[in-house]
Design a protein around this ligand. Structure first.
Ligand code: AAL
Length: 404
């Protein structure tokens, strides 16, 4: 339907017009045309739903919380195979919290963890290859945990950015800076630089305690590292994302003066898309479950609202380290899954997500639908706490007594 067809209707046209009908519109219908790239989700290249597949090749022992894999990096393709790095914990006990942790017992899922890597020929079956970055001796940077890695390929060399803890996470918060290790091959060996390349912000600033989820991409021939930090005190904390830019992998990094650049989003997943930069906002914040777009990597607007977004997504973005041309987006990656109902044996595992975030290539109708129906177990996993259930019950019974 085109604009001229819509002129034949007396009310809002039954066939959704691509261009805004020339009539008075409600705010919602104005927004449909003015705020989003296209009014129809299936024509909006930044709209996608997500499909998930369990992957083969990772051993989780008895799945009793002692072995965990989480926070996968972006995936790169080199030497005819895919490479991924991630946080791996293999401890004598599952996480026990900051009060009960010891030198061998972790406080959190990522405490006492190291950075490992795996390869795959097809993206579905993976072979774990071994450790990439070990925890160094106490008191060196990262002695307590090295985790949440991400990869940069720059001028023929490889750089892993990661969180480096010098205290058990949960002791005061989840406090750590970001450091980097370099190698001549994705197989390593990796040489840690030994100092924070993106340090915590000054006292009182949004990133004073944590610089999490470093995520390097190349924009305008510079290294843009997106990262997140939590505002406020848990559990009422809010997660926002910022940006630090450098000309060389080891810095110096300059934090963007407009930080934070995303007001929501628990993990960092950012990618060049067309002439601009897009980002995932998942889990926390007023704009969680959105995909956002910015012309400059700094000033983001909501481009689509979606559901069931991958947690800690590490996508395979073929052109991620190329500045030139239009960013082509991606269609798959690995993310992590964690059963939050498990209290005593919490661990995370890696799985695959597929999506439709390609800038140019034809889109698969499978992931265009906004009407995504979830399994009932997804809803009931979000149960009321015992206390709230009792309170709601009491309130409902009391209300029946008021009604004559
Ligand atoms: C992750 C990330 C950061 C946090 C912890 C390990 O999902 O948000 O890396 O510190 O959880």
């Amino acid at each position: 339907m085109n604009e001229s067809d819509s002129k034949n209707c007396s009310g809002f046209p039954w066939l959704l017009a691509r261009t805004k009908p020339d009539m008075n519109l409600s705010s919602a219908m104005e927004r449909l045309y003015d705020k989003y790239p296209t009014p129809r989700p299936e024509e909006n290249s930044l709209f996608t739903s997500f499909k998930y597949t369990e992957v083969d090749g990772f051993d989780y022992g008895d799945r009793d919380g002692k072995i965990s894999r989480r926070d996968p990096s972006k995936i790169i393709c080199e030497n005819g195979r895919y490479y991924i790095w991630y946080t791996k914990r293999d401890t004598i006990e599952p996480p026990r919290g900051a009060e009960l942790c010891t030198d061998d017992i972790p406080s959190m899922d990522w405490d006492l963890a190291e950075v490992w890597f795996a390869t795959s020929a097809d993206g579905f079956t993976w072979q774990e290859q071994g450790v990439a970055i070990k925890r160094p001796e106490k008191p060196m940077l990262g002695w307590r945990a090295v985790c949440t890695p991400d990869i940069l390929v720059w001028k023929g060399k490889y750089y892993l950015y990661y969180q480096a803890f010098v205290e058990a996470s949960g002791t005061k918060g989840d406090h750590c800076p970001v450091t980097v290790a370099s190698a001549d091959s994705p197989e390593g060996p990796w040489t840690p630089c030994g100092f924070p390349v993106i340090d915590n912000g000054p006292e009182g600033d949004w990133d004073q305690y944590s610089v999490h989820g470093p995520y390097p991409i190349v924009i305008n021939d510079q290294i843009y590292v997106y990262y997140k930090a939590a505002l406020g005190i848990r559990p009422q904390y809010l997660v926002v994302n910022g940006l630090a830019i450098a000309d060389e992998p080891l810095g110096p990094f300059t934090k963007h003066p407009l930080n934070p650049v995303l007001n929501s989003g628990h993990e960092t997943t950012v990618f060049r898309f067309g002439d601009g930069v897009a980002a995932f906002c998942i889990r926390n914040g007023i704009e969680s479950n959105t995909i956002q777009y910015s012309p400059d990597g700094v000033n983001f607007e909501v481009a689509s609202v979606t559901a069931l977004m991958p947690v800690g997504a590490g996508p395979y973005i073929p052109d991620v380290f190329i500045s030139e041309g239009k960013g082509q987006g991606f269609e798959w990656g690995l993310s992590h899954f964690c059963d939050h109902t498990k209290v005593d044996n919490k661990f995370s595992f890696l799985g695959r997500f597929d999506c439709n975030l390609q800038y140019q290539t034809p889109r698969s109708a499978d992931m265009d639908n906004t009407d995504v129906i979830h399994d009932p177990s997804v809803y009931f996993a979000q149960g009321l706490s015992k206390e709230l259930r009792a309170e709601r019950k009491k309130k409902a019974i009391a209300a029946t007594k008021q009604v004559k």
